[in-house]
Design a protein around this ligand. Structure first.
Ligand code: NOJ
Length: 536
């Protein structure tokens, strides 16, 4: 891809690396930048186009890098700035793109900005964070809750005010109503953009601005025991505020100072709200992350409806995207089961819009059970026992069958899955029908198929466990038929105008088979069919 290709983020395939867990190169049990460089050949062979790295910046690691104490450095755990420069050089030399995580909602409480801010009410940086007087009874200023449990307000005894933290108390929220703060983060963006990074995934972008009047959040009548405590209130005053769109438009202008960069937003909102993040005249985020598949009930009709709703909600000219996994949500192979994980892969890589893969999903990594004494995630520590823990989806990449899976030569920071001796890159590569081979085949197929990259999405009415759609290009179309159940199914292909040729089956064993009158799908099978007589 050429640097000047303005559309690379529309046409490419993204891959999220969680740096702590990808490859350890210095035998400390934690992944690092040099390790990512070592594994670039794997990513090239897989065929992805852009890497997104979760935070690599200096951090006390209270939230594993999402608590940053220096926005323009590299944490020694991950390497040096020279390592980073080597990474970006190697990524670009191989025609790939590099996306960094930008975490502008909060810093670490050890960031010099916060140390200054909390030092005195009169400090120049006091207003860079969100400070409030106690309530009349001395308690927190209002009922806002932390996503990681408890009140979102922490009391600072020295200056006798509370500061707001949407996440941990060690992650004080920045005040995006302060113009100097905005400027400072814009300069952080420019620092990395000048180094050549191809864009940012912006952490909790819909959280940046909070209600100016600090009104209470309303109670959530649907809250039930067993749900995370912050769901007790609806985040009406703490997220998705109208002023956020100006903040994002400003960030976008910084991005647009540079050639062909991308702005991706982390946003968990229903579609009608999500799509507002493309911004007025599409001057907001290029890609507001679409996380609908992360929590979708795995039923054909439900997914068909999700796709239809998303397609219908997209503003004219807005480019779609789809995500199947990330470092905050249970692994797809555990959510839908290993058999359906192959169908999910076909879905992700044949839908209209930029796909983002999460490291390890391509080898079918599942959620790893974490014993109580192995828990690292602060969310699980603060809100234990209700299944919120994120360690299980962050375990080390399984490269081979050596004692630490080729990830490290010492015990890793999180336990390895107990199946790594079988389910690893080396073994799955040698198996021509493995999930890894399927991912490679799908990626390769997508790259060679303009219909999949930029064709239209046309649903085909199907019933039961079948999800069928056409991707219509200018010259030709392909049809994707997915069986979301374990039972086989026969489809009258005449009715659906499916007759043609199987170009790819999720079992990787039917290529070239002709379809005439009947399409038989095995349980958990998906196929891509081409060569239909009727393209209408
Ligand atoms: C979203 C990130 O993806 C998550 O890992 C983190 O804990 C929170 N933001 C707070 O930064």
């Amino acid at each position: 891809m050429k640097q000047s290709d303005q559309s690379w983020w529309r046409h490419g395939i993204f891959y999220q690396v969680y740096p702590r867990s990808f490859q350890d190169s210095n035998a400390d049990g934690v992944g690092d930048i040099a390790g990512i460089i070592d594994r670039l050949p794997y990513l090239l062979e897989l065929g992805i186009d852009a890497l997104w790295l979760s935070p690599i910046f200096p951090s006390p690691m209270a939230d594993f890098g999402y608590d940053i104490s220096d926005y323009t450095g590299v944490d020694p755990l991950f390497g040096t700035m020279a390592d980073f420069d080597a990474l970006i050089g190697a990524v670009h030399a191989n025609g790939l793109k590099l996306i960094l995580d930008l975490v502008p909602n909060h810093t670490s409480d050890r960031h010099p900005w916060f140390i200054a801010s909390r030092s005195s009410r009169d400090d120049a940086k006091r207003d860079w964070y969100i400070w409030r007087e106690p309530a009349a009874d001395g308690g927190p200023p209002n009922n806002w809750m932390s996503e990681f449990g408890g009140s979102a307000w922490a009391y600072d005894a020295a200056t006798r005010q509370y500061y707001y933290h949407a996440f941990l108390a060690q992650q004080p929220d920045l005040n995006w109503r302060n113009p100097q703060l905005r400027q400072a983060i814009h300069d952080v963006m420019r620092f990395w953009l000048r180094k050549g990074v191809d864009g940012f995934r912006v952490d909790v972008i819909w959280h940046l601005i909070k209600d100016e009047q600090f009104r209470d959040n309303p109670p959530n009548p649907d809250f039930r025991e067993g749900q995370p405590p912050h769901w007790k209130v609806r985040p009406l005053r703490t997220t998705d505020q109208p002023e956020i769109h100006d903040v994002i438009a400003e960030m976008r202008r910084v991005i647009d100072e540079f050639d062909a960069r991308v702005l991706i937003g982390e946003i968990y909102l229903p579609f009608e709200r999500l799509v507002t993040y493309y911004g007025k005249d599409l001057a907001g985020a290029h890609l507001p992350f679409n996380f609908a598949l992360l929590s979708a009930p795995w039923h054909a009709r439900a997914i068909e409806q999700i796709i239809a709703d998303y397609e219908a909600a997209l503003p004219a000219g807005a480019w779609p995207n789809w995500v199947l996994g990330n470092h905050d949500r249970p692994r797809v192979a555990s959510r839908v089961g290993p058999a359906q994980a192959r169908v999910a892969a076909m879905l992700l890589l044949t839908l209209r819009g930029t796909p983002t893969l999460y490291y390890g999903d391509e080898i079918g990594m599942h959620q790893v059970a974490i014993a109580p004494d192995q828990v690292r995630d602060p969310f699980e520590k603060n809100v234990p026992g209700i299944g919120m823990g994120r360690d299980g989806c962050r375990t080390p990449m399984q490269w081979n069958a050596t004692p630490y899976a080729g990830f490290s030569t010492v015990a890793p920071w999180l336990p390895l899955s107990d199946d790594f001796a079988q389910d690893n890159v080396v073994n799955l590569d040698a198996d021509q029908r493995s999930i890894l081979s399927l991912y490679k085949a799908l990626i390769d197929f997508r790259k060679k198929s303009p219909q999949l990259v930029s064709g239209g999405y046309v649903p085909i009415a199907a019933q039961g466990d079948l999800l069928i759609y056409r991707r219509q290009g200018d010259a030709a179309a392909v049809v994707i038929a997915l069986n979301l159940a374990a039972e086989p199914v026969s489809i009258a292909s005449d009715t659906f105008r499916l007759d043609g040729e199987i170009l790819l089956s999720s079992f990787l064993d039917r290529q070239g088979e002709k379809i005439q009158h009947v399409l038989d799908l095995r349980g958990n099978e998906g196929v891509i069919i081409g060569g239909q007589r009727d393209k209408s």
